[in-house]
Design a protein around this ligand. Structure first.
Ligand SMILES: Nc1ncnc2c1ncn2[C@@H]1O[C@H](COP(=O)(O)OP(=O)(O)OP(=O)(O)O)[C@@H](O)[C@H]1O
Ligand SMILES: [Mg+2]
Length: 276
């Protein structure tokens, strides 16, 4: 945990990319689930304001969304408790909170970045981890979120040359912004059919991938159909193992194997702070 001006502050783990459909939402949901399964207090935030998918992936129907939270901060200031706008995801004894994207596209316009930033700051006081799903652009909101993040998972797939070109631009921009230390370059869908070699991509990007996740279309789509993240239900697929391994690396904690779906989450208390 991090000390800031006397208040204990949770870690913010952000999923960002320069291409769409690379797995930001799938990874965010699984990261939140695995951390919650291990006993941490977790809030998962959908800042894909126009086309947010977290509630679809988790089969949630939230009463309130980030649009309501933003209005409430404006109206009530410090008297507003952000928890009033959170939904709860539950599966087999594991639970975490979700701040959903607006229900209507029209509500996604004009949400003010400083207020959204405040919402994250409030959540990080209440939770051990704030997991943040974003969109694939260097927007004002995303840059503000990259700025306050503890770790940024910069996610990519290797499919076409333009994707790699955009990853290169993205990774250089992140360096220029001074975020090199907190960036984790992660490759998703690694064994998908492609004629581009990983070595070539790493040499173009000028750095190796921190972590690599395999392609498993079947498991990924089944988990979305079920509304249950892979780490909670299909734990023995290679993809699920690789997802849990990523969480273990972020938390400096060896991946554990015991999870009884009936028995629910671990009861251990812990908190070693991230980076390695
Ligand atoms: N490792 C994987 N293997 C196979 N399919 C995957 C994998 N990771 C993600 N997918 C699939 O890729 C698609 C896109 O994933 P996801 O929605 O998480 O991407 P995203 O980066 O959030 O996209 P967007 O930019 O549109 O928000 C989904 O259908 C998901 O099931
Ligand atoms: Mg998404």
């Amino acid at each position: 945990m991090q000390e800031t001006t006397g208040a204990v502050s949770g870690a913010v783990i952000t999923f960002f990319s320069t291409a769409s459909a690379v797995g930001k939402t799938l990874l965010s949901c699984n990261m939140a689930s695995e951390l919650a399964r291990q006993g941490a207090r977790v809030a998962l935030v959908d800042f894909d304001l126009q086309f947010g998918d977290i509630c679809n992936y988790l089969h949630l129907e939230p009463q309130q969304t980030v649009a309501d939270a933003e209005r409430s901060v404006e109206l009530m200031g410090d008297a507003f408790d952000v928890r009033e706008c959170l939904a709860t995801y539950r599966y087999s004894g594991v639970e975490f909170s979700v701040l959903a994207a607006p229900k209507a596209l029209s509500e996604a316009y004009n949400l003010r970045t400083p207020i959204l930033r405040q919402l994250i700051e409030r959540l990080r006081v209440l939770y051990d981890y704030v997991i943040l799903d974003t969109t694939s652009m260097f927007s004002e909101l995303n840059v503000a979120m990259l700025d306050l993040s503890t770790i940024v998972t910069f996610l990519g797939v290797v499919d076409f040359i333009p994707t790699i070109k955009n990853m290169k631009i993205g990774s250089e921009t992140l360096k220029t912004l001074g975020y090199q230390e907190k960036i984790r370059l992660v490759l998703n869908r690694s064994n998908a059919k492609t004629h581009i070699s990983l070595d070539d991509v790493e040499s173009i990007l000028g750095q190796p991938f921190y972590h690599i996740l395999p392609n498993d279309f079947q498991a990924a789509s089944q988990s979305i159909r079920d509304g249950v993240p892979l780490v909670l239900k299909s734990r023995h697929t290679d993809l699920s193992e690789a997802l849990r391994d990523l969480v273990a690396r972020y938390t400096n904690r060896p991946q554990d194997v015991a999870f009884d779906e009936e028995a629910g989450p671990e009861k251990t208390s812990w908190f070693d702070k991230i980076f390695h």
